[in-house]
Design a protein around this ligand. Structure first.
Ligand code: GLP
Length: 236
């Protein structure tokens, strides 16, 4: 695609097609800057009256641990702001893990059950980290991993520091759907734009299957779509 706006339009169209076929589809959303044009394009479709997302359900990919619930950078708050509000969806349409729980392993297991009870994820939207991570599955995460607590690499903390006042504020720990959890979604749609993602995209799409590149697990998925702009495609 020529640019990130076009990536957003195309991915929003894929979600729109899904909810036209299945109005109560469960759509997994990702945070970070890459999916923002997708949400903007989907919201535009809703405002234009071409897509009805009124019954769509939304679930969360990952969450920081240790941020107070009222912090604006909890991924729950970001999804509220960037997805639920613009699409006119209520908190009842939303499923997410509890990153503030005292018993985090229990909260992770509960989230796995909640996703299953909800009928499974119909489409999972993904971004990609510059090191090839998906969700917060950092390099060397097992392809068999389930929702669990992870420690961030320093590179990911530095990459995400732009959303915080300082690097010190970026949590070290997160809960994230595992690679096996993500792979249970019926359709995976990964979006990326910009030169900084070119190497990760090339390794994920054309490199060997390797835990060091978590996104290479998409090669095993029967229905995975990768939508990139020209800069992110430049190493393919
Ligand atoms: C975070 C999120 C990922 C996201 C990545 C890339 O680490 N947990 O889901 O894909 O950031 O973010 P960006 O799109 O801003 O480069």
């Amino acid at each position: 695609m020529p640019d990130r706006a076009a990536v957003g339009e195309l991915a929003a169209g894929v979600i729109a097609d899904l909810v036209t076929r299945k109005p109560d589809a469960l759509v997994g959303v990702a945070t970070g800057s890459s999916p923002l044009p997708v949400y903007a394009a989907l919201a535009q479709r809703v405002r234009d009256g071409v897509t009805d997302v009124g019954r769509m359900r939304v679930c969360q990919l990952d969450e920081y641990v240790g941020l107070p619930p009222e912090h604006p950078q909890t991924y729950r708050a970001v999804i509220e702001e960037e997805v639920l509000r613009p699409l006119g969806l209520s908190a009842e349409s939303f499923l997410g893990p509890d990153g503030t729980a005292d018993d985090l392993p229990r909260a992770c297991a509960d989230y796995e059950l909640a996703l299953r009870d909800a009928g499974g994820v119909d489409l999972q939207l993904l971004g990609i980290g510059s090191d090839g991570h998906i969700g917060f599955n950092e390099p060397c995460s097992s392809f068999g991993s389930r929702t669990r607590v992870k420690t961030l690499t320093q590179q990911t903390r530095v990459d995400n520091a732009r959303f915080f006042d300082s690097l010190d504020e970026v949590p070290w720990h997160v809960v994230t759907q595992g690679i096996a959890t993500i792979s249970e979604a019926r359709h995976l749609v990964l979006v990326a734009a910009g030169e900084s993602k070119a190497e990760a995209i090339a390794l994920a799409v054309e490199g060997p299957l390797a835990a060091i590149v978590p996104a290479s697990a998409l090669q095993l998925h029967p229905h995975a779509t990768v939508i990139v702009d020209e800069a992110a495609a430049s190493h393919l």
